[in-house]
Design a protein around this ligand. Structure first.
Ligand code: 5AD
Ligand code: SF4
Length: 450
């Protein structure tokens, strides 16, 4: 087989990172090897994100930058995949007529066949079909791209929630869960290749299995936690309306489940939550947080908030600030509301001016910054179990190595250790000594697991 080079440029969420691995694995079967250098590639894939306008702009500016390469090297194949490909289809050709292949979010498994058609000279090759089925074999294409000890694994695709601002149900299709046995098999394979931590991915993992009457998400977690050699389990994302007591109890009962939950609230105002179609109220959300903390008091909680949703008044916004003060999140991701043409909110009136959205975003960041630092400072003097990801960089001092890892609560910890091998992938106790806004620093108590 002729040896060809593939470069994948991924924009967006963890699901796209996982899809990139499936693309690489599938294309390996027709002779493509990964390269980090676009200039040397025979095929470049732009793996796209449509969640906000800014992400979409990034896609088109990267695609624009490929024109020079394509002019220099006319045989170069350019493929656009992921959410923007799904959303725009052939319209991509208006802005980048030199695109050879356009493939949607459900076409990853068919990619090798699509690329073969392009190799035969067919132009353009377009596949943006969305199906109601899940093709389990598509998930076994993955090429192990590196030696990372922590990997993502998609357990369900699509979303049925139709939040008013969100493009996901329109570009990833209806919610559908994978078969538990197949997920377990994939994780066992990863563990056999040295992986210690998996993050289970879905738009709303709490509703895993419900539609097809498979097992529940807490049951899946229990099965995953029985896999020998796997040390840590994480998951994202949870919709607050579906957060069950069984899942809360899993934090208390399953040692391997990391003590962190990402529970996007989006807004602290009941009026806005209703307009967003979130299907919970501020009080319901707060009750769930209180209950979670009864099950596991030290659980780290993070969230997403949208600033300046259409019709958001200063009073609504203050409700959000107050909710942040009440919850005291460990960390927060904040976004300026962005119109998505396929989402209903793009047709809502009373749009908040960009300047105001930016001011609210800054206010949210300022408020949360204080809590994040405070939460980090509370860990000073404590010994945390750190799963070591690898070394971050060589220290200025000869012989010293800077290592990096995460706490169970997902906080980054840097530490120095003179040994330069053997630590990666180990879970070791580290005493926390200094807190920064986005990381911690400490000293290992031992360099062997306890
Ligand atoms: N504008 C701004 N933020 C958005 N998000 C989703 N859609 C939009 C949008 N149109 C945010 C939500 C979600 C996160 C992944 O992205 O907060 O939880
Ligand atoms: Fe989008 Fe809402 Fe589905 Fe999350 S739950 S992916 S915000 S529609």
């Amino acid at each position: 087989m002729k040896y060809k080079l593939l470069h994948i440029h991924t924009i967006g969420c963890q699901m796209n990172v996982y899809d990139a691995e499936r693309m690489a694995g599938g294309l390996k079967t027709i002779g493509y090897e990964l390269t980090p250098f676009p200039e040397s590639a025979d095929l470049i894939i732009v793996n796209t994100c449509a969640i906000r306008e800014k992400a979409e702009q990034k896609v088109f500016s990267f695609l624009g930058s490929l024109l020079t390469l394509k002019t220099k090297k006319p045989d170069l194949l350019i493929a656009v995949g992921g959410c923007v490909a799904q959303q725009e289809g052939r319209k991509i050709l208006r802005r980048a007529p030199y695109t050879d292949v356009i493939f949607g979010t459900h076409a990853v498994g068919r990619l090798p066949r699509l690329i073969e058609q392009a190799e035969l000279g067919i132009r353009p090759v377009v596949d943006i079909e969305l199906s109601e089925q899940i093709e389990e074999s598509d998930f076994f294409l993955k090429a192990v791209s590196d030696e990372s000890i922590s990997r993502f694994i998609t357990i369900m695709q699509g979303c049925d929630n139709f939040c008013a601002y969100c493009v996901v149900p329109h570009v990833r299709g209806r919610e559908i869960s994978r078969i538990p046995e197949s997920i377990l098999e994939e994780i066992r394979d990863l563990v056999a290749s040295g992986v210690k931590e998996v993050t289970l991915l879905g738009q709303n993992v709490n509703s895993f299995g419900k539609k097809q009457c498979l097992c529940s998400f807490p049951e899946l977690l229990k099965m995953v936690s029985r896999i020998d050699g796997l040390e840590r389990i994480r998951f994202t994302t949870s919709h607050p309306k579906d957060l069950s007591e069984d899942l809360m109890a899993a934090f208390r009962d399953l040692d391997k489940l990391c003590k962190h939950i990402h529970l996007p609230v989006q807004s602290g105002s009941d009026r806005i939550l209703k307009k967003m179609n979130r299907k919970y109220t501020r009080d319901i959300y707060l009750e769930k947080i209180a209950k979670l903390r009864q099950f596991y008091p030290e659980i780290a909680v993070s969230s997403d908030i949208i600033a300046g949703f259409p019709g958001e008044t200063r009073t609504d916004f203050e409700d959000t600030l107050e909710l942040i003060r009440q919850v005291e999140y460990d960390s927060l991701f904040v976004f300026k509301y962005s119109d998505r043409p396929s989402a209903p909110a793009s047709r809502f009136s009373d749009k908040v001016p960009d300047k105001e959205k930016k001011a609210r975003l800054d206010e949210l960041l300022e408020l949360q910054g204080r809590y994040t630092l405070e939460k980090n400072q509370k860990l000073i003097g404590k010994t945390e179990q750190i799963l070591v990801d690898g070394f971050s960089r060589k220290s200025e001092k000869a012989g010293e190595i800077q290592w990096m890892g995460r706490t169970s609560g997902n906080k980054i910890v840097n530490f120095t250790c003179n040994s330069d091998t053997g630590l990666k992938g180990k879970t070791i106790p580290v005493r926390i000594e200094t807190a920064f806004p986005h990381s911690l620093r400490g000293t290992p108590v031992k360099t062997e697991p306890e």
